[in-house]
Write a protein that binds this ligand. Structure first.
Ligand code: UDP
Ligand code: MG
Length: 319
């Protein structure tokens, strides 16, 4: 019997480019596969005509398109989770709908799977994202704080063996970064280098701010502005007091005030205590983030809600 490959595509307001992506990029690429293919489109609460557009797409008689419509926008990570839970394939491929992930690489991924790979991860050839600074900060922080195995430039464009998907589906946490969780599972990964492209249309929803928020999410948890803002203020205070403080220390106490500023102990104390306030604010903010994470997990809300009337071919509906 032929095996089944699922292609999971998270979609949020992609009406402008989704038809092109499905029919002109994904279609020709999966046509080359020997397996049966199902395309599982997760509509992440699009407010445009994405769902209608997807339903009007035709990938030929051999490819089934299923639509899992979520009630509202739950974010890409939750959308991917919905997709991984819904997919029924012996291997599952996750790919963005905006044309940035080269669908033409899918046969290469599948070949590696045939050769026994459990996870095939696409790695960006060079950092072509718009938010170079943002993703640099992200990778640096991730490396420092925990996920040391993170590979710079790795994307969500991946193939997962069924065994990996089943393991992934056991995660229950709410703050989730799909690729971080997949890495955590510990399965060996194969990497393929790919050239990522610019968006074919529409706008990236992960702007710099969102990318920063994602960084906070992966490092600690949610990043609610009221919680982090004091951390920023603290960092700012530390920055503006550190250098003048250091300057004074050297100028006055080490070199013996050659500039005759005569700032004295009061100024030194001022700088020092302001610096400490900055430090306290930062640590408080970090604690607050941990608490907010606990809060989110304690609430234990469902990760997403499926809009059944909008969906097509849901797993549960068939049974
Ligand atoms: N996406 C989603 N929900 C969201 C934001 C994005 O399902 O809340 C989808 C989007 O349609 C695309 C993929 O996730 O298929 C990647 O999104 P985007 O291009 O905005 O992110 P970036 O390329 O900047 O990582
Ligand atoms: Mg994109």
């Amino acid at each position: 019997m032929k095996r089944l490959i699922s292609v999971v595509v998270p979609v949020y307001n992609e009406q402008a480019g989704i038809k092109f992506f499905l029919e002109k990029e994904l279609g020709p690429s999966i046509e080359k596969l020997d397996e049966k293919v199902e395309v599982v489109v997760i509509d992440d609460g699009s407010t445009d005509k994405s769902v209608e557009t997807v339903k009007s797409c035709d990938l030929g008689p051999n490819v089934k398109i299923r639509v899992v419509a979520l009630m509202k926008n739950f974010g890409k990570e939750n959308a991917l989770t919905a997709g991984l839970r819904e997919a029924e394939g012996d291997a599952v491929i996750m790919i963005d709908a905006d044309g940035q992930h080269p669908a033409s690489e899918i046969p290469r991924m599948v070949e590696k799977w045939h050769d026994g790979a459990m996870i095939v991860t696409a790695v960006r050839e060079k950092n072509t994202t718009k938010h170079k600074f943002g993703s640099r900060v992200y990778y640096t922080l991730m490396k420092i704080t925990g996920d040391k195995d993170i590979v710079e430039g790795e994307t969500d464009f991946r193939l997962l063996d069924r065994e990996v998907v089943d393991a992934f589906n056991q995660f229950t946490e709410h703050n989730r970064l799909t690729r971080g969780l997949i890495n955590w599972l510990g399965y060996p990964q194969e990497y393929i280098r790919v050239k990522t492209k610019g968006r074919t249309s529409g706008e990236a929803t992960y702007g710099f701010k969102k990318l920063m928020a994602l960084t906070g999410d992966s490092v600690i948890s949610t990043s609610r502005t009221p919680l982090v803002i004091f951390g920023y203020i603290g960092a700012f205070i530390m920055m503006i007091t550190f250098f003048p403080g250091l300057f004074q220390l050297i100028q006055e106490y080490i070199l013996g005030d050659p500039m005759h500023l005569q700032w004295g102990g009061g100024v030194a104390t001022g700088f020092f205590s302001a610096f400490l306030v900055g430090l306290v604010l930062i640590s408080q903010s970090i604690t607050a983030l941990y608490i907010s994470h606990i809060h989110a997990e304690a609430k234990n809300r469902p990760l997403y809600v499926v809009n059944k009337s909008k969906s097509v071919g849901l797993k549960d509906a068939k049974k």
